[in-house]
Design a protein around this ligand. Structure first.
Ligand code: ZN
Ligand code: ZN
Length: 384
């Protein structure tokens, strides 16, 4: 199946419905989606009589390899991509051409208008992003491959991590393993947060050692063009559970109990996922578990755990690490079969730390399927 061709056909129909003669794609990620070309600095023009990739000589061979049979205008270095695009559009005779108003800069569109005065440029926002929300089977397979690579990296990580490793060491190691597992790199800078630093949902890695905390929060993903995004929170195997004397973490909550609450929230969210459900209702399902959570020896009577869940439940993944749909309280998105989203509830207690569990999920006709297979087990760091 030629998925890029199928995507271009869908775009062509949408353009027709908008009574446009053509469409100019300027965002590299959307050019990739429509053509399979993975380079950058290139545009794609969908025109009544042809489709043209507008690129430069650096990418000539790559275009032949990645987009066999596609028309390409490969500019020399005496011309800019904008100039080449203006020529392509003028030559095509197209009168009205849509452009990605959410991606194209004002300077770019002003230059295009000047260089192609016969063309009327019509702003269209989010056209291709809208198409990208629902993944085709080719994309689902690519995301699955990115998940598998991230999981292989995690398995290498847990067998090699050492007591004296710092957060920076662990983030570096994870990046290396993700590449070794076959990815181009990580989908985003790895988060490795020891002890109470786990209370920062996006903690930048520091020199804090694994042995200085009782738990480790690790958030990472693999980039194989398509992205994966996973988080595991694990117990540090070095027995430094927080005590009153521990400077890094206050006594407060039992790790295992908090972990089980977060896991229950994730399971409640997974159970709520199916087509035609509002994304905000899935977020609410997780939040409800937090609001009702009770601890055995609760010294923080009256504390509402929902207050410690300080971000949205999840987001779409695909060619970009954050894309539609948004899975959060203020989202208007409705779930559809073929969407791929993260479900990542977390509790962040200042001075104690955080627990987050993040998995990648495909919305199916009758519910959802986890694309990630790593056990949701906090005791995977064993040094026996
Ligand atoms: Zn993540
Ligand atoms: Zn995420």
């Amino acid at each position: 199946m030629n998925y890029p061709l199928q995507r271009r056909n869908i775009l062509a129909q949408a353009i027709k419905a908008k009574e446009l003669d053509g469409f100019l794609v300027t965002a590299a990620v959307n050019v990739t989606y429509l053509t399979g070309f993975t380079g950058d600095s290139s545009f794609f023009a969908l025109l009544p009589k042809n489709e043209t990739l507008i690129s430069d000589t650096r990418f000539a061979t790559q275009i032949e390899e990645e987009c066999p049979g596609m028309d390409a205008v490969v500019r020399g270095h005496d011309k800019t991509t904008i100039e080449a695009a203006a020529e392509v559009l003028t030559k095509s005779g197209a009168k009205s051409v849509g452009f990605e108003s959410n991606r194209t800069t004002v300077a770019e569109i002003e230059a295009l208008k000047q260089l192609a005065p016969k063309v009327t440029f019509v702003p269209v926002a989010g056209q291709i992003e809208g198409q990208r929300v629902v993944k085709d089977p080719g994309e689902i397979e690519s995301i699955r491959a990115a998940v598998r690579a991230a999981e292989r990296a995690f398995r290498m990580f847990v067998t090699t991590v050492r007591e004296a490793d710092t957060e920076k060491d662990m983030a570096d190691a994870m990046e290396k393993y993700v590449r070794r597992a076959g990815a181009r790199g990580t989908s985003f800078p790895v988060i490795a947060a020891v002890g109470d630093r786990g209370a920062l949902p996006h903690a930048p890695p520091t020199d804090r050692q694994l042995s200085e905390g009782s738990k480790l929060l690790l958030d990472w993903g693999a980039d194989l063009l398509y992205k994966s995004d996973l988080t595991r929170t694990v117990r540090s195997p070095f027995g430094t559970l927080p005590t009153r004397k521990n400077k890094g973490e206050r006594v407060g909550y039992d790790f295992e109990e908090v972990y089980q609450i977060v896991l229950a929230a994730q399971n409640a969210a997974l159970a709520a996922i199916r087509p035609n459900v509002r994304a905000k209702d899935v977020d609410a399902a997780a939040r409800k578990v937090f609001a009702n959570a009770k601890l055995k020896n609760d010294k923080h009577v009256g504390e509402n755990f929902a207050d410690f869940f300080t971000h949205g439940l999840g987001h779409g993944i695909g060619l970009e690490i954050h894309e539609a749909p948004r899975v959060r309280a203020n989202s208007e998105d409705v779930l559809t079969e073929g969407m791929v989203i993260t479900i990542e509830p977390g509790l962040y207690v200042p001075g104690w730390g955080g627990v987050r569990i993040e998995d990648d999920v495909l919305v199916t006709a009758d519910g959802c399927r986890l694309l990630s297979t790593l056990p949701r087990d906090p005791n995977v760091l064993s040094f026996a």
